[in-house]
Write a protein that binds this ligand. Structure first.
Ligand SMILES: NC(=O)c1ccc[n+]([C@@H]2O[C@H](COP(=O)([O-])OP(=O)(O)OC[C@H]3O[C@@H](n4cnc5c(N)ncnc54)[C@H](O)[C@@H]3O)[C@@H](O)[C@H]2O)c1
Length: 318
């Protein structure tokens, strides 16, 4: 199968491309290598994919907002995994218009380009942030998600809505996956675990927001990638579905810091600050649906996952 992966040079995208190539697929990766974080990290990710894929991997350096470029990237493609986005909650509060442009219009470009090219299978990267401060845990897919609390979450919900519309009108078999805080080697440097590893190792203070009791359902990136690959296979059946791809084992911020301290081998210096607007109190995936429909079963305990991320961090520094 020939898969177009948008956001291929990013954290999750680069692992997905490697997984697809190892399983014999052909991959076109689209990415604009933007400066949201060090583009050098994305270049290293893209190089690793290219070395693995040889002539089964093609890289398209293009922006989602450039419709003709997205259309051109659809040539010969059987299915699309749409991961490219402006990610992150706090920057979306500072720059909502860029988030709207990339995450909503950019998703529309992917859908339209698929319609025109006759590509009929899509997996879309949504987020646990669409649940906002949902009261009921664990979060189940049929929970109402019309109360997002950040522009980022609102754009992801909008993406799910656009996906449903294109599925309905144009017969696109479509699966939206709500990822829960993904971590592991190549993690975006703006995310908590990457930041904590870097700063604790350097002996610098880390900032914790709230009272340390907020919790996240941290999911190891290779488990997330397994979920994406399963969803991609499932798009051979017509339909539209939403699945949580999480770990269903949330831990508190305090517990997380303790895991990072143990893996790095140094104590953290902590500076406490008030909870930031836009951040949710907790996330926790109900995996009943993903287990039943996709056979998804994450298996990486947090300690093992963080150890793998610390090993990658040390390797990068060497
Ligand atoms: N990492 C997480 O914890 C998490 C959680 C929930 C959802 N997600 C979603 O998963 C997807 C991948 O996230 P990630 O953590 O790998 O982020 P990432 O920033 O590492 O990857 C996204 C990639 O998309 C590219 N990109 C951004 N805007 C683009 C544009 N206009 N045109 C072309 N390429 C563009 C970036 O250069 C980057 O390489 C995103 O859609 C994100 O919202 C991630």
């Amino acid at each position: 199968m020939h898969v177009l992966v948008t956001g291929a040079a990013g954290f999750i995208g680069s692992h997905l491309c490697e997984h697809l190539l190892r399983n014999g697929h052909t991959v076109t990766g689209l990415d604009n290598f933007n400066g949201f974080y060090d583009p050098g990290q994305k270049e290293r990710n893209a190089l690793a994919i290219a070395q693995l894929g040889g002539d089964r991997f093609a890289l398209v350096r293009a922006d989602l907002r450039d419709l003709p470029a997205v259309q051109a990237a659809m040539a010969g493609v059987d299915a699309v995994v749409h991961l490219a986005a402006m990610a992150g909650v706090q920057p979306s509060i500072r720059e909502p218009l860029v988030y709207e442009d990339v995450n909503i219009r950019g998703t529309l470009h992917v859908l339209e380009a698929m319609r025109v090219a006759g590509v009929r299978r899509l997996v879309f990267a949504s987020s646990s942030s669409v649940y906002g401060n949902a009261v009921r845990v664990p979060f189940a897919e049929d929970e109402p998600v019309d109360r997002p609390i950040s522009p980022y979450a609102a754009t992801k919900k909008a993406g799910e809505l656009l996906c449903h519309t294109w599925h309905h009108l144009h017969d696109i078999s479509l699966i939206c996956l709500r990822f829960f805080t993904v971590y592991g080697p190549r993690q975006r440097p703006d995310l908590a675990i990457a930041k904590f590893i870097r700063m604790i190792d350097a002996g610098q203070p880390i900032v914790l927001y709230g009272d340390g009791g907020s919790s996240r359902d941290y999911t190891f990136v290779l488990d997330t990638v397994d979920g994406i690959a399963r969803a991609l296979e499932a798009t051979t059946e017509p339909g539209y579905a939403i699945y949580n791809i999480g770990n269903s084992a949330p831990i508190s911020l305090r517990e997380l810091v303790a895991h990072v301290e143990a893996a790095v081998g140094k104590p953290a210096q902590i500076a406490w600050q008030a909870m930031q607007p836009g951040d949710v109190d907790r996330t926790w995936a109900d995996l009943t649906r993903a287990r039943a429909a996709l056979g998804y079963a994450p298996h990486t305990p947090i300690a093992a996952g963080i150890a793998a991320q610390v090993a990658w961090f040390r390797n990068q520094q060497a």
